[in-house]
Design a protein around this ligand. Sequence first.
Ligand code: HEM
Length: 414
Amino acid sequence: MPGIRSAADDEAVPFDPFELKDVVSGKIRDPYPKLRELLRESPVHTGRIDLGEGGEIGDPTTPAPVTVFGFDEVVSVLRDNETYSSSVYEDVMGMVMGRTILQMDEPEHRSIRALVASSFRSKMLERWEEDLVALVVNELIDSFSDRGRSDLVRDVTFNFPVQVIARILGLPRADYPRFQRWALEVTSVAANWERGMAASAALRDYFVDVMAERRAAPGDDLISDLVRAEVDGKHLSDEEICSFLRLLLPAGVETTYRASGSLLLALLRDRAQFDALHADRSLYPQAFEEVLRWEPPVTVILRRATRDTELAGVAIEEGADIALMIGAANRDERKYADPDRYDMFRTQRQHVGFGFGVHVCLGMHLARMESRVAINTLFDRLGPFTLDPEAEPPHIEGLAFRSPLSLPVVFGAR
Ligand code: HEM
């Protein structure tokens, strides 16, 4: 992209990745009372919606925007991917990411997803668990384990998913700092368009070179998998691989870091649940799924109506943009008892934190595995850590993306 530079082009610029940590989140602390009020009025609303504290949903420039709050209604939309198209993401993300599976409809989506999916099956991920994810987390913990205190967001959760992706892609270690910078700049494109677009172009050039290397000398990494992938005689083009790899940055980094932070905060605030998981790690799957219900890192996803239709008695016009409020649906009191409580022992565990239907999160097994390794390693290395009584109590904030921005803890039992 002529004339525009990513700051990462100049490696002399000192860079603290943490500077960019909250640029995409917004500041709302607790949108849930307002979301509940709106859901009680109706599970589906039309027009612009004011969430208070400066938060708004429904782009007034598009025809008749619709917002869906109810669990069953969100699932109905995601199930009917002919009436509700994902092409809406073209406008938002297409220019930055290129054409990705997120914005494709069937049958194109099915054929491209089939080509990338095999690397993300849980069985395939086992190869990365010990040598790669555990290694990243242990290295991060090494940098503060003798201090007796830490901000776990700054020291661990914010950093590990991007390093895991870099390793999964088999990138050379020396490239990690600029890769992390590009990743953050692309993810925060809404805050700085030119910088995000420049990083997107830089990533493309970088990945084109790596792909050429992997074609010549394949390895045990995701880029080698993607250049080799074949379904029914079809391969991915370089452009398709580049777009997919760029999508992994916002899709896989921003989300996993936030989910891990919210899980840690939920546990640190409730000693009985912390101790239960510390003592019995087989509870991890339910502890993690419950955090995705209670505080999904991505609280809203989008669709566009392909024809005039109707949902819960509300008319929807062809072309209308539809915001699906995952955060509200996951706390729908028609489905969950005491929905505002984080409770890993609840019996109703179904949620839409990973979406639903044909576009359900491709990286969900990776996200589960990464967070499990991070939490287990923290438990094993730090012992039963607690919130730092001398620090400001942390809280979760954000609108489209939510999580704690700090997690000050003390440890020292061992
Ligand atoms: C806790 C962590 C994560 C959460 C909460 C999450 C959430 C989501 C959601 C809600 C969607 C559906 C979007 C839609 O239908 O509009 C999605 C799709 C997707 N996610 Fe994740 N995600 C997480 C981690 C990851 C990871 C680690 C990766 C890969 C490295 C990943 C890759 C993807 C991809 C490629 C899609 C698009 C799938 C498609 O369109 O067919 N995600 N994710």
